[in-house]
Design a protein around this ligand. Structure first.
Ligand code: PEP
Length: 255
């Protein structure tokens, strides 16, 4: 099964989210094989968006979570609160949060442990900056982020965990990394986590300027369990092609 995560970021309000959720649902219509599709609207739109995707094949994800159940943490939202809204997945450690909100590897780890505790599927984002890549440190940086994110994490038999390899220089730039680059990093991530988690509980996704044109090239690879899509997920014509690419790959596997 291939997975598509749609990260709507802070690009749509409540009404636009509802309309986009409806349009996203339509991208699945008439397809013989459909990918797992998770839409991640802004927090304020989760409740209304849930009404659109309830009883459909589309799941609801959040873009962030705090690591405590409750308490004096103004502005934060716990995993349990998200599950009350029908959320099943949560993006953790997105590079935009790491860069603009000071999210550290230690915070990412606390969020991962909390998400697993309450039964949410964490989608943990890791990836190097352009300077780190140019300095030959890309794999080392990703390795450190993965090690820190999953420190002390244990999965119960039904738990699942996603890691999204998202090179920071590829996010929102229109410059996706090469498929070979993604494959090399995915293999390292899978290898690192093989001892801690079983293979069928872990998905490794690629994110960074995925669009209707390049999605198929990533999705056809066995090592790529899916894609995390930002900008193109709010442009429905682009997104439709990403969904079509995933369906095409799944249909080819099915034949
Ligand atoms: C993202 O939001 O994680 C992302 C990959 O964005 P974009 O697809 O716009 O590069």
């Amino acid at each position: 099964m291939k997975t598509i995560i749609a990260n709507w970021k802070m690009n749509v309000g409540v009404r636009e989210s509802v309309a986009l959720a409806r349009a996203t649902l339509l991208t699945l219509r008439g397809r013989k094989q459909i990918p797992e599709l998770v839409i991640c609207p802004p927090l304020v739109a989760l409740s209304e968006t849930r009404k659109v995707v309830a009883h459909s094949a589309v799941s609801l994800g959040a873009q962030n979570v705090f690591w405590k159940d409750a308490g004096a943490f103004t502005g934060e939202v716990s995993g349990r609160m998200l599950t009350e809204l029908g959320v099943s997945h949560v993006i953790i450690g997105h590079s935009e949060r790491r860069a603009h909100l000071g999210e550290t590897d230690a915070m990412v780890n606390l969020k991962v442990l909390h998400a697993l505790e309450v039964g949410l599927i964490p989608i943990v984002c890791v990836g190097e900056t352009r300077d780190q890549r140019n300095g030959g440190r890309a794999l080392e940086v990703v390795r450190e982020q993965v090690l820190a994110a999953f420190k002390s994490a244990r999965l119960r038999s039904n738990d699942r965990l996603y890691v999204a390899y998202e090179p920071v220089w590829a996010i929102g730039t229109g410059e996706a990394c090469t498929v070979d680059n993604a494959l090399e990093t995915h293999a390292m991530i899978r290898d690192m986590l093989a001892k801690q988690f079983s293979g069928d509980q872990l998905k490794v996704l690629y994110g960074g300027s995925v669009d209707g044109e390049n999605a198929y090239g990533f999705l056809r690879e066995r090592e790529v369990d899916g894609v995390l899509v930002g900008g193109a997920s709010v442009k429905i014509n682009q997104f439709k092609d990403v969904v079509a690419a995933a369906s095409e790959v799944l249909e080819a596997q099915h034949d």
